[in-house]
Write a protein that binds this ligand. Structure first.
Ligand SMILES: Cc1cc2nc3c(=O)[nH]c(=O)nc-3n(C[C@H](O)[C@H](O)[C@H](O)COP(=O)(O)OP(=O)(O)OC[C@H]3O[C@@H](n4cnc5c(N)ncnc54)[C@H](O)[C@@H]3O)c2cc1C
Ligand code: FES
Ligand code: FES
Length: 470
């Protein structure tokens, strides 16, 4: 039995764990406020809040229910727009949308309200910018975004202040938002009720990992094969809390495979090591996808343009693989053997990755060009880590994606740049070498020639831009 709270009701279902939450809530429960648009994580019409109990409370995130399966929500709280509605009037977010005429046909509105509620549940400080960012996975096709922005601006002005800033996330934040009428009162009891739930996925024990399809965030799997996986045995890695950590040990930073991209983005540890990653990672998909997409899934996905893979290649990361009895470590630069071919066995799981803490004075930067800013994978992407010692380039690593069948390190370019002084002619030559050591193909993301030009531009941007000092 899969058990969870859907709004204020306990659900017990013997449906297949591979059924999409979107289909379940609309077709089986009849809650049609959650809309179906693209079914590909692109439009945000299907947004729900997913509340997952953690050690000291419950964490809510806005996620796309078209990429979320029923088995994944066992023991969790799923909130649809119906679960936010109050019997005594509009919530402040709904009121702001109404006052600013931020909804016309209304198709996108439930998803928007859910995303902004997720923003209030998670944000440390209210700002228009951060509010807009929380909506970067929601598309509106008729109202126009100005009135939606005005609604967010109103909310930020009315509710800014110390009370929100001083309220830690989780239970205290939920209580504050109930007091402010953003959430109905039943939210106060949900955590207590969830504590009674039995664990569901005992099969995540190592012995049975090879007997099912591993699901991390599902943001790649459910785009590729939602139908095929509907009745397959699924193994949900989110049930393995030991794979979710970010810590520094022995001068290395270690990251568990199920850590989400948004967790990395918001991690104080990561911010201490590479401050620019907070900004950089806003270029990866959208907030709601980053709330689910894991670093492990990004690497195993083996896309030649996976953003996290490109970033960790430049940081000199290695992956840790585990078959239940033995662990082995492979440098990320040697992990990709050919297009979608990896040095991993069927019996192995990617447990974690680690990279050496960058030396003081190092510079890191990431460049990505895609057809649009958010919610798009790159045509070409690239990252660099290096340092200058008395003007001499040392410890340089440049990675590049979209220019070969696998994500690569530009080894020849790095060899040339090592021990050189940075000046224009050196950068010109390095860009030329980079262009020679790649083999892009022409596809929907651009011609081979265009991708080569992009890569050359990235070499200039990496080396001439003085930002990114660590
Ligand atoms: C709308 C949208 C926008 C996107 N934008 C971007 C973008 O800008 N940049 C980008 O890089 N990607 C993007 N993606 C792709 C995707 O989100 C990422 O690749 C993501 O990191 C995949 O992680 P996941 O946890 O969702 O993987 P999943 O879908 O859960 O898994 C992917 C594969 O890895 C396997 N797997 C997962 N974890 C492990 C593990 N620990 N050990 C062994 N096998 C494992 C799974 O079995 C599966 O085969 C986007 C996707 C969508 C839907
Ligand atoms: S239906 Fe479009 S994001 Fe889910
Ligand atoms: S109000 Fe019609 S799509 Fe947004």
């Amino acid at each position: 039995m899969i058990s969870f709270f859907l709004n204020n009701k306990k659900i017990q279902s013997d449906c297949s764990s591979g059924i999409l939450v979107l289909d379940f809530i609309r077709e089986q429960v009849g809650l049609t406020g959650t809309k179906e648009g693209c079914r590909e994580g692109d439009c945000g019409a299907c947004m729900v809040l997913l509340g997952r109990p953690v050690e000291n409370g419950i964490i809510y995130n806005a996620v796309n229910s078209c990429l979320l399966t029923l088995g994944e929500v066992h023991g969790c709280h799923v909130v649809t727009i119906e679960g936010l509605n109050r019997s005594d009037g509009l919530t402040p977010i709904q009121r702001a949308f109404f006052d600013r005429v931020a909804s016309q046909c209304g198709f996108c509105t439930p998803g928007m309200i859910i995303s902004i509620t997720g923003f209030f549940l998670n944000t440390a400080e209210l700002s228009l910018e951060a509010g807009i960012e929380a909506l970067n996975g929601n598309i509106c096709r008729c109202t126009g975004y100005q009135s939606i922005k005005r609604a967010i601006q109103d909310l930020c002005e009315v509710f800014s202040g110390d009370e929100l800033k001083n309220t830690p996330f989780s239970e205290e934040r939920v209580a504050l938002l109930v007091k402010w009428r953003f959430l109905p009162d039943y939210f106060l009891n949900v955590l207590r009720n969830l504590k009674d739930f039995e664990p569901y996925c005992l099969e995540t024990q190592q012995s049975s990992l090879d007997k099912g399809v591993l699901v991390a965030g599902g943001t790649d799997l459910y785009i590729q094969k939602a139908e095929e996986l509907r009745y397959k045995k699924l193994v949900f890695l989110s049930n393995r809390p030991e794979m979710n950590f970010i810590r520094v040990k022995d001068k290395h930073c270690h990251i568990g495979a199920t850590v989400t991209i948004e967790q990395i983005r918001r991690s104080d540890v990561i911010r201490g090591l590479i401050p620019s990653l907070f900004e950089t990672l806003s270029l990866v998909s959208s907030t709601s996808i980053r709330n689910r997409a894991t670093v492990g899934g990004n690497i195993i996905n083996a896309s030649p343009i996976g953003d996290m893979t490109i970033i960790f290649l430049a940081l000199g990361a290695s992956v840790v693989l585990n078959n239940g009895t033995k662990q082995r470590t492979v440098p990320l630069g040697e992990f990709f053997l050919g297009y979608k071919k990896l040095d991993i066995k069927d019996t192995e799981v990617l447990d974690s990755l680690f990279f050496p803490m960058p030396k003081q004075g190092s510079r890191f930067s990431f460049e990505k060009v895609a057809k649009r800013r958010y919610l798009d994978i790159a045509s070409v992407n690239s990252a660099i880590l290096f340092r200058e010692e008395e003007g001499i380039i040392r410890d340089i690593r440049i990675s590049a994606g979209g220019v070969a069948p696998v994500p690569i390190l530009l080894r020849r370019t790095c060899k040339y740049l090592s021990e050189k002084k940075l000046h224009t002619q050196v950068i010109d030559k390095a860009a030329g070498i980079a262009a020679m050591e790649v083999s892009p193909i022409s596809d929907v993301r651009g011609s081979a020639q265009y991708k080569t030009v992009l890569l050359k531009r990235f070499i200039y941007a990496h080396l001439m831009d003085k930002k990114g000092l660590l």
